[in-house]
Design a protein around this ligand. Structure first.
Ligand code: MG
Ligand code: NI
Length: 478
């Protein structure tokens, strides 16, 4: 029995390793994606005044702070039972568009781009961000600029881009000025120009070249979960829509998530495995998966009926015309992400033209109380759920968080198994092939820093000990 270990998985957020077990013939017997970090935020929220959580949870992750900041604010709004002023909702959503722009550009070009721009089989010494800068310097400059602009949009609105504190229970603490709106308009317009360039570039230069890989690598069949408002794509607000692989779906309000989503636990990963309860007993068997659904860009593109901005809607129609609904190929996450990039820039421009944006009444007063609140946003990496309960002093007594990457845990494991099983035959593999296995994880743009925030007593540690020749001599597990 031989084991192939890919560690660390590179160009993702956080840390993970892949282990691939080969049988006597050198074919794949089993694979696992081990997530090897632990953070524990659900526990140390307990006992804190709930209004502190929107400032604490952004520390879960430096890549995804706005998603936690806003989901937490919404959960607090619900705990306090306040309706946030309409201008505050718009400011939250606008800042979030900046965050999405930064995040999607980061992922597509800097983390995943090298696999396509340089090539999936290229040597790893050039298959990286430096390789991209050398190969397409003009685009690389633009990428750095637009990612910066996304961050600066959030900073202009919120004072700081990373670990924000501007959104508060009941609203938004800093009204925006007319001058700020004008400077933001310039930024958003530049982001929109780049977004339309990026998707045209990808449709001309990238996807056609790798269409076989895109259609076949790590393709699995699952359901999808995402937020819609009146059937339309919405990243900040709406109901959850759960779609089964046959394209049928049902919708439910965020606070009912526990009626629909169960959390399965495996002893070999820190990460839970959420699944669609109604489908029956969880299984990620490649031939008979049960209850597996995916979140993140491809899921949102699949579950929505329409996108409420014109250029992104045109892209959706073209995408759907080519790949159907729901589109299942895992690498289509990359394409879906670019459609969302166009949407976010368009939506930012739209919001900036709204005269209500400079309304100074951005905040409702709140009073500590016993309550229960669920806040959901679509994070760049998938549906993000924050669920808080408080006692009569407003102190947190229970905190549950399910992040985008956690929803995708089973699907990521299945995709890796699919890719490894298809690619590794008779013990033959090379670096390019193992990179393709990694690409099947990268497509999900996972953030394991976010996903391993919990500490609930059911965790497992697994340590593989290898000798100098790279052979495993022992495994320690609790
Ligand atoms: Mg949790
Ligand atoms: Ni994160």
């Amino acid at each position: 029995m031989k084991q192939i270990v890919i560690q660390p998985v590179t160009r993702i957020e956080g840390h993970a390793k892949i282990t691939i077990q080969l049988d006597e013939q050198g074919n794949v017997a089993d694979t696992r994606v081990n997530v090897v970090e632990l953070r524990g935020f659900e526990r140390f929220a307990i006992g804190r005044p709930v209004e502190e959580l929107p400032r604490i949870v952004p520390r879960i992750c430096g890549v995804c702070p706005w998603a936690h900041h806003l989901a937490s604010s919404k959960a607090c709004d619900a705990v306090f039972g306040v309706d946030v002023p309409s201008v505050a909702k718009k400011l939250r959503e606008l800042a979030y568009m900046g965050h999405f722009i930064h995040s999607h550009v980061l992922h597509f070009f800097i983390l995943s781009g090298a696999d396509f721009v340089i090539g999936p089989d290229a040597d790893y010494s050039v298959r990286n961000v430096i390789g991209i800068v050398q190969k397409v310097p003009e685009i690389a400059k633009q990428v750095v600029k637009v990612r910066y602009l996304g961050q600066m949009m959030t900073q202009t609105l919120g004072g700081k881009a990373i670990h924000p504190d501007v959104s508060v229970p009941g609203g938004w603490s800093k009204p925006v000025t007319k001058e700020e709106v004008e400077s933001l308009k310039g930024m958003a317009k530049e982001c929109l120009d780049f977004a339309t360039f990026a998707i045209d570039f990808a449709k001309k230069e990238i996807f056609p070249k790798y269409l076989d890989v895109v259609k076949s690598l790590a393709t699995i069949e699952t359901g999808f979960l995402g937020t819609v408002k009146n059937g339309e794509l919405n990243l900040y607000d709406g109901d959850l829509r759960m779609m089964t692989p046959d394209g049928k779906y049902e919708e439910f309000p965020a606070e009912k998530y526990l009626d629909y989503i169960g959390e399965h636990v495996e002893p070999w990963s820190y990460l839970k495995f959420p699944y669609y309860k109604k489908m029956g007993q969880f299984s990620m068997d490649l031939n008979h998966p049960v209850g597996i659904y995916r979140t993140n860009a491809l899921a949102r593109i699949n579950v929505c009926d329409r996108i409420p901005t014109p250029l992104a809607q045109k892209e959706l129609e073209e995408f759907r015309g080519t790949f159907g609904r729901p589109a299942q190929p895992t690498l289509l996450y990359q394409w879906a992400r670019l459609i969302e990039l166009v949407y976010c820039a368009e939506r930012a421009v739209e919001l900036l033209n709204d005269p209500e944006l400079t309304d100074p009444d951005t905040r409702q007063a709140v009073t500590p109380c016993a309550g229960h609140g669920v806040g959901v946003v679509e994070a760049p990496r998938g549906t993000l759920i924050h669920d808080y309960e408080t006692d009569e002093k407003g102190l947190v007594t229970n905190c549950n968080i399910i992040v985008g990457t956690t929803h995708n845990n089973a699907a990521i494991n299945m995709s890796v198994k699919r890719a490894a099983t298809d690619l590794i035959k008779n013990g033959v593999y090379d670096q390019g092939l193992l990179n393709k296995v990694e690409m099947s994880i990268r497509a999900y743009d996972p953030c394991f820093s976010c996903a391993t925030h919990e500490l609930d007593g059911r965790i497992a540690v697994k340590i593989d000990i290898l000798n100098a020749a790279g052979e495993m001599i022992d495994t320690l597990a609790n």
